[in-house]
Design a protein around this ligand. Structure first.
Ligand code: NAD
Ligand code: MG
Length: 399
């Protein structure tokens, strides 16, 4: 082991990916130290994490949350950690000179500015958040290229593809002999539910994913298969893959995490338990294998691996995302993302039916179909505008 430890900021430390990341860090104390931990409003959880990992900084949403955290840290006699709050502080702990690696595990578009700060500062970025690339993929990838930052994909499908592409892959599928990238999808909890029952699906049913334990937003996205749609766009940016070289196949067991189809007929797959510590460890080890805490895959416990084509009528959100990807319009994917975030929040709040998710996203895409957005300001303005329009649509449904 070297003398030097890799200093890590974990954005979204209290969430599902954040906690899995800290679990991996805990297993490798000679390799990693924690520079900053952030959370939105889960103060109790964050205070405990500060006590365990002793970061230099903890960042929360606002001044009230900061005061509460400060009190808890005093109570726990944690004096090392300085408490900060707000977007600017998130950006600061992502770009600070002391930081080597940033785990981006905030959910939604809120991750964009801190992720961009890390990218501009040339950090090693472990990217779990997919909304950043859906909202601003061109800009984000350009920033990475200009600064020389290193981008490692945590999302299990993209991590699987990253593992099965040649290690010297340079963004040219043809040069690597790749015919297509195949994203596997579990199909979520409603793969076999009669479509006629979809309108009555409750948030409680939607967030019960059969294979993965994840945050609420991504769980609803998985149930509607918007998650796979967002992942198509994410794969497009990460691997420079055009829409016609991206496939989706439903594989309900979630044992194969994704595959690469080569032009000679070979298909390479990455397999494992459904445990996010596997892709997290692969990223944090910079592709060197290290223990993640995941159980070894038991083939005899999973004797059947099955596959189905995706059904666009059952999952219209997936179709909307494919259409956006084909349209190659940055503004459209920003609209798709913002509308979906508002729709999912309203569904979780019992203000929308499950079947309204795609209707609302489609409404926003059509209403703003003439929009263009390239710069960060234009994208942020468009994101805000979509949220207003989507909220008005919801208010009309509720009243
Ligand atoms: P989660 O809801 O469990 O955790 C989200 C974290 O972000 C929490 O720490 C929360 O405090 C913080 N947060 C929420 N809103 C915020 C805001 N407005 N500003 C700052 N911080 C905020 O989510 P998760 O399941 O861990 O997912 C995180 C991201 O990783 C998502 O973008 C998701 O799509 C992606 N991802 C998750 C998984 C998974 O297995 N959970 C797999 C692949 C990709
Ligand atoms: Mg995924």
């Amino acid at each position: 082991m070297g003398q030097y430890t890799t200093a890590i900021t974990v954005l979204g430390a209290t969430g599902s990916i954040g906690l899995n990341t800290l679990d991996v860090i805990r297993r490798h104390p000679e390799e990693f130290s924690v520079f900053a931990l952030t959370a939105h409003r889960q103060i109790d959880k964050l205070a405990q994490l500060c006590q365990q990992f002793m970061p230099q900084y903890a960042v929360v949403a606002d001044e009230i949350a900061a005061r509460q955290l400060q009190q808890q840290l005093q109570h726990l006699q944690v004096t090392r950690t300085q408490v900060l709050f707000g977007q600017e502080a998130l950006c600061e702990v992502s770009q600070a000179s002391e930081v080597d690696g940033v785990m981006v595990a905030i959910v939604g578009a809120a991750a964009l500015l801190p992720a961009l700060s890390a990218a501009k500062a040339g950090k090693t970025i472990y990217l779990a958040n997919k909304e950043t690339l859906v909202m601003a993929g061109a800009l984000f990838m350009q920033t990475i290229q200009q600064s020389g930052a290193r981008l490692l994909p945590v999302d299990s499908e993209h991590n699987a593809i990253f593992q099965t592409l040649p290690e010297n892959y340079n963004g040219q599928l043809n040069e690597a002999g790749v015919a297509s990238l195949i994203l596997t999808a579990s199909g979520g909890p409603f793969l076999h539910t009669p479509v006629a029952d979809f309108a009555a699906i409750t948030p409680e049913q939607a967030i019960k994913h059969p294979n993965w334990h994840m945050g609420q937003k991504i769980s609803v996205d998985s149930a509607s298969m918007m998650n796979k749609g967002l992942e198509l766009i994410e794969a497009h940016w990460l691997f420079n893959a055009p829409a016609n070289q991206l496939e989706v196949i439903i594989h309900p067991q979630s044992i194969i995490h994704s595959m690469v189809r080569y032009i000679d007929g070979s298909v390479l797959a990455q397999l494992g338990e459904a445990d996010m510590r596997i892709p997290i460890a692969y990223c944090m080890g910079l592709r060197h294998r290290m223990h993640s805490g995941a159980e070894p895959l038991d083939f005899t416990a999973n004797p059947q691996l099955t596959f189905l084509p995706p059904d666009f009528e059952r999952f219209p959100c997936l179709k909307l995302a494919y259409d956006v990807l084909h349209s190659d319009n940055n503004a459209a994917s920003c609209i798709l993302n913002a509308a979906n975030e508002v729709a999912v929040a309203a569904f979780l709040n019992h203000q929308l039916r499950f079947t309204d998710l795609s209707v609302l996203v489609d409404f926003c895409l059509q209403k703003l179909s003439q929009q263009q957005a390239a710069s960060i300001d234009e994208l942020m303005q468009l994101d805000a505008r979509v949220r207003t329009i989507a909220q008005e649509w919801i208010n009309k449904q509720v009243n």
